[in-house]
Structure formats: structure tokens, C-alpha cells
Write a protein that binds this ligand. Structure first.
Ligand SMILES: NC(=O)c1ccc[n+]([C@@H]2O[C@H](COP(=O)([O-])OP(=O)(O)OC[C@H]3O[C@@H](n4cnc5c(N)ncnc54)[C@H](O)[C@@H]3O)[C@@H](O)[C@H]2O)c1
Ligand SMILES: O=P(O)(O)OC[C@H]1O[C@H](O[C@H]2[C@H](O)[C@@H](O)[C@@H](O)O[C@@H]2CO)[C@H](O)[C@@H](O)[C@@H]1O
Ligand SMILES: [Mn+2]
Length: 450
């Protein structure tokens, strides 16, 4: 098996040590020759890198080299795979994305509603730059992006790099939900085969089979509505916020039992309830700053101080395992099936072609080969078309520096709807994002003159 040269971009991320553990756990499936870290924040990267170096020395002796850099040429030359996980504006800006909409009783969330738009308008520019940078030094590398909001980033990259078929946008949420299904069924997550359709953070499982072809969908629906639904993946199993989110799936399946929903649909289907449960002084970003971020930094400090992992507990979670398995299937043409984002082109027959949908695909060394979904029925089609129009308008707003497109986007979004409310939220977001967003202008052609 050819060993791969991997670059991790945004290596100072709270997910990197977990990713290193997954790369170790999956080294038979995805053997590596080298790992290179790249980040724009020297200190944030260095702490994670120094800890990772120790973990790798102990547990990945087969690796030829590990190094970290802030130099693009050094990072991106000779790469086979590039995993991108950046957060433009950091968790501090995430907190503003969540707090500002709450001022107006709108959902305050990282990837859904106005917060998602704000984050999207920050991420797009950096992501386009990074893909260009990678391509100037490694034209053939596979780029796996999971930078959020992945739906908006995927649409922007689809438009900017129409000929580049080696960029794949992925999300771990369907896989994390499947970990809970697997636990209910007493099976291993990678033994389940999903049928699924939608957009990123906006989709439904229509069927869950196992590899023997047995259909477990009804068993799961019954179990969820009668016994409840909880997160089972190590990273989120004990997190009160994720426990609440998984609980909301019980409500969704009770209200709409046809399919099994992605957890993120809660923000679009129950926006009032989602606003009511929020404490603006302790939104998810604050919980992550005081939780996962602190935990990862404490863990890294301990490893660096000891020069070993002897005093820490390191776990492998679905986030990293899923990303690595997708990469392995591309590298070695395993033809495994994973839910990923692809350009529609008829996969969902009654949706437009030029939209990024999230569906199961066979992952090959020629890229993802999606399975046909066929026509979707009115309720789902209506919801999806509304949401995809919002996502496209956000990218339009970015490309055209258009205030009007951003206002249209928020007006369409199910979490906002009301135009005066959309305008107030947008104006506050513009103010908060002045260091990150393109300047948005009124469309001069549309100015109303008296
Ligand atoms: N798609 C998914 O399902 C999924 C799952 C988990 C996390 N994520 C995403 O992964 C990303 C990382 O999340 P986190 O909470 O660990 O964030 P984080 O802030 O801890 O880490 C992000 C890192 O990216 C670096 N960075 C920012 N801009 C950069 C740039 N232009 N070039 C290089 N590095 C840059 C930062 O310095 C930081 O070290 C986020 O976008 C998050 O939404 C996605
Ligand atoms: O609020 P956060 O920062 O904890 O999570 C936001 C991310 O949530 C999803 O990812 C989960 C993932 O599903 C789970 O398996 C585990 O690895 O934790 C992740 C988050 O903690 C979602 O898919 C991502 O897009 C979000 O960034
Ligand atoms: Mn996701």
C-alpha cells in the first residue's frame, strides 16, 4: 500500500489531537509517510503540534516525518491529502454569531440561520485562498474540507473551482448519528449502510440497512420514540448540549415519522423552542471555550510537560475515524459508502443540478460516485429548496458584495422570515464582522428614487 503524505490545515484546532488518534487507530487502512501541520496562528499550532509529536513518537513509529509550519510552500509541497479545518475569526466570533440573532429572538447557532450566514461570509474568502494555495504546490492532492458552514463553503468552492474534482466537502454529523443507531442495534457503525438525502446539516435518513441487507429503519424509529435517543460517540456522549439535541430527535420522529432526521433540523423545525432554551451569556461557543478548548489545551500541556502520554486518557471519536475512512477509500479505491457533499446533477431528480447536496456515495479513487435518490416529496422538496436558495444567496452576497442578497438570504431563512428583523440582525452582523466580511453595498440599479 502506498503511504500518504498528509497536511492538516488549521492544525491548532480543538479537533486535531482527536484526528491524530484516529490516524493512529486507522493506520492499517490509511498508512502515512508524513504528517505536516499548517496554521496561521503560531502559538495555537505549536502547542497542539508539540503534544502531537509526542503521541506520534510513541504510537506511530512507522511515520517518516512530522513537522509543523506557517509557511504555505513548505506545507503544501508534495501533499497527497490535505484536511482543512479552519475557523476564521475563531470561537470569539462564533460567540457573536450566536448572540446577535438572539437579541431579536432568532436562532443563534454556528451553522444554521443568521449565525451560519455570518460564519459563511467569513469562511469563504479564506477557503478560496487555501484551495488556490494548495493547488499551486500540489495540483493533484485530495482536499477534504470540513470547515463550516460546510454547505455554504461547498457552494462557494463549487462555483470558484468548477473543474477541480479533487475537493470533497464532508460532515461528521450523519456518522455521529449512525453511532447512536449502531448502539441501539448492537452493531458497529461502519457495518450500517444509510440511505439519506438533503443538504449539509439539513437532511433525512430514509433507510438504515446493515451490510447483510437487513432493513433496520422501523426498529430504529420505534426505539427512538419509545426508549429515547442519546449521543453515544465518546466526544459528545456526556455533553448536556448534545444530549438535549439528540433528545429533540424523539420529537422530530414523533411529529414527522416518515424519515429519521439530521439533528440540525431542530433549528428549522422548532425555532421558537430553540431560542427559548438559550442563555445569551452562555451560548454554545462559550461552552466550547470553557469545555472542549480548555480540555484540549490542558491535555496538550500535560503531554508536553511529561514528554509522554502516560498521564492522559486519549480517545478515538467518530469525527476523525469518519474523515480518515473517507480518505482511505479515495486513496485505495475501497468503494466504501459514506454520506458526503456532491454537486446534485440529477442525484435528487426533482432538484436543480447546480446545488451541493448531501447523499450517500461510493468513495473511489476517481472521486465520490453518488447513488441516485430519485424524486423527493413535497414537504422535503419545499424545505430543501428554501434552504438551498438561502445558501446560494449568501454566496451571491459574498461574490457581489451585495447587501440586498444578504437581506434576501436572511428573509428566506426559516429561522428569520420577517424582513425588519432580518435587517436588524444583518446590520448588527455587519458591524460585528467588519474585520472579516467583504463590504456589502446596496444595489445601485435597485435604488428607489423619489
Ligand atoms: N464538517 C463538520 O462536520 C465539522 C465537524 C467538526 C468541526 N468542524 C469545523 O472544523 C473547524 C475547526 O473547529 P474548531 O472548533 O476546532 O476551531 P478552532 O478555532 O479550535 O481551530 C481552527 C484553527 O484554524 C486556524 N485558522 C484560522 N484561519 C486559518 C487560515 N486561513 N489558515 C490556516 N489556519 C487557520 C486557527 O488558528 C485555529 O488554530 C471549524 O470550521 C468547525 O466548524 C466541522
Ligand atoms: O458545538 P460543537 O463545537 O461541539 O459542535 C459543532 C459541530 O457539531 C457536529 O460535529 C460533532 C460530531 O457530530 C460529533 O461526532 C463529535 O465529533 O463532535 C462534533 C462536535 O463536537 C457537526 O457535524 C459539525 O459540523 C459542528 O462543527
Ligand atoms: Mn457538520
Amino acid at each position: 500500500m502506498k503511504r500518504q503524505n498528509l497536511v492538516v490545515v488549521g492544525a491548532g484546532s480543538t479537533y486535531t489531537i482527536g484526528m491524530i488518534m484516529s490516524l493512529i487507530a486507522e493506520k492499517e487502512q490509511f498508512p502515512l509517510k508524513s504528517i505536516t501541520f499548517y496554521d496561521t496562528d503560531v502559538d495555537r499550532q505549536e502547542q497542539v503540534a508539540k503534544a502531537s509529536e509526542i503521541i506520534l513518537r510513541e504510537r506511530y513509529p512507522e511515520l517518516d516525518s512530522f513537522h509543523y509550519t506557517t509557511d504555505k510552500q513548505e506545507a503544501f509541497s508534495n501533499a497527497d491529502f490535505v484536511f482543512i479545518q479552519i475557523r476564521t475569526g475563531g470561537l470569539a466570533m462564533r460567540e457573536k454569531d450566536e448572540q446577535i440573532p438572539l437579541r431579536y429572538d432568532a436562532v443563534g447557532q454556528e451553522t444554521c440561520g443568521p449565525g451560519g450566514m455570518a460564519y459563511g461570509l467569513r469562511s469563504i474568502g479564506d477557503m478560496i485562498q487555501l484551495v488556490n494555495d494548495v493547488r499551486s504546490f500540489s495540483p493533484d492532492a485530495w482536499i477534504l474540507n470540513y470547515t463550516n458552514p460546510a454547505a455554504i463553503v461547498a457552494e462557494a468552492l463549487r462555483r470558484e473551482f468548477p473543474e477541480d474534482n479533487k475537493v470533497l466537502n464532508i460532515c461528521d454529523m450523519p456518522a455521529a448519528i449512525m453511532v447512536s443507531y449502531a448502539s441501539i442495534l448492537g452493531k458497529e457503525v461502519f457495518d450500517l449502510v444509510p440511505e439519506y438525502f438533503g443538504l449539509n446539516h439539513f437532511g433525512w435518513f430514509t433507510k438504515i440497512y446493515d451490510k447483510q441487507g437487513v432493513d433496520h429503519t422501523n426498529t430504529l424509529k420505534r426505539a427512538i420514540t419509545e426508549d429515547g435517543f442519546i449521543p453515544e460517540d465518546a466526544e459528545i456522549a456526556n455533553d448536556p448540549n448534545w444530549i438535549k439535541t439528540f433528545k429533540q430527535v424523539e420529537q422530530m420522529v414523533t411529529d414527522f415519522p416518515e424519515y429519521l432526521p439530521n439533528t440540525y433540523l431542530q433549528y428549522y423545525l422548532y425555532p421558537t423552542q430553540m431560542v427559548e432554551k438559550e442563555d445569551p451569556t452562555n451560548t454554545r461557543a462559550r461552552q466550547v471555550i470553557n469545555g472542549r478548548e480548555k480540555r484540549v489545551h490542558t491535555l496538550a500541556d500535560q503531554i508536553i510537560k511529561d514528554g509522554s502520554t502516560e498521564n492522559v486518557e486519549l480517545e478515538v471519536d467518530i469525527h476523525g475515524r469518519y474523515m480518515v475512512r473517507v480518505a482511505a477509500s479515495m486513496a485505495y479505491n475501497n468503494e466504501d459508502i459514506f454520506i458526503v457533499m456532491v454537486e446534485n446533477n440529477g442525484t435528487i431528480a426533482n432538484l436543480q443540478d447546480d446545488v451541493m447536496v448531501e447523499v450517500p456515495a461510493m468513495i473511489t479513487n476517481r472521486g465520490p460516485k453518488p447513488f441516485s435518490v430519485g424524486n423527493i416529496s413535497t414537504f422535503y422538496k419545499g424545505l430543501i429548496e428554501n434552504q438551498l436558495a438561502y445558501e446560494k444567496l449568501v454566496v451571491d452576497a459574498y461574490e457581489q458584495n451585495s447587501y440586498e442578497k444578504a437581506l434576501q438570504a436572511l428573509t428566506l431563512n426559516r429561522t428569520v422570515v420577517d424582513v425588519p428583523k432580518a435587517r436588524k440582525i444583518l446590520d448588527d452582523l455587519i458591524d460585528a464582522n467588519k474585520d472579516y466580511w467583504p463590504t456589502l453595498h446596496a444595489n445601485k440599479q435597485h435604488v428607489v428614487t423619489s
